[in-house]
Write a protein that binds this ligand. Sequence first.
Ligand code: 1GP
Length: 259
Amino acid sequence: MTPRTLKIGRVERYILDELEKGPIHMTLLDPENFTIASALRVAKASEEAGSSAIMVGGSTVSSQSEMDQIVQALKEEIDVPIIIFPNNVQALSRYADAVWYMILLNSVEWYYVIGAQMQGALFIRRYGLEAIPMGYLVFGAESAVSAMGRALPLPMDKPKVVVAYALAAQYMGLRFVYLEAGSGAPSPVPASVVQAVKSSIDIPLIVGGGIRTIDQMKRTLDAGADIVVTGTMAEKGEDALKALIGVVKNYTRSGKRLD
Ligand code: 1GP
């Protein structure tokens, strides 16, 4: 009997195709900070500006019905994929296109390394959600994600340690690595760390947390981020968000990363 080969799903294929053109932007909406109407408004503006996907999630999301309502509404109006960015099992919504199937690699808690993933697995199958395997690395001790996920915060000034984790993610077969400074972090993941990781791995690199200015966005892209995520700026009005998305689109158009 020949083993069945795992197929890459529709959303992951779309992300990889988008990345062929250059780095991309994803907009993160925390359902706790939006009404359905405001989420739709921001998601539409993001899509128009060229954001490649809408991620839905937040560190303190605890209501599955709230997730369902917002994801279902987004699904009806938005064309780019809606991807769950789960903090826990109850964040899974059957209405989404995919879920980042993430392992908080630097958590000291069994639950965030494999427990929640195991508990969510049967729901993911039942809902027919596409699971996209990703290694998640959290910096900084002050963020909600660090506290909720019991992360042993990664040092910002020791790129080698972060590279070791990122390589481990790749060797384990995870298909994306996410460097997370924490939502609303005072500063983004340093360019030196992004650069060190990017030059060491072959899988796409996601960077998020604390990116608020055009300059921070440019530095993150210059350092080699493939996917940049902004959440807090999505809550500050469409104009600021569109400007940040514009930086990513211009970057791609300028052909800087088409080598
Ligand atoms: C958080 O990386 C994301 O999980 C986005 O962070 O809210 O700081 O943009 P911000």
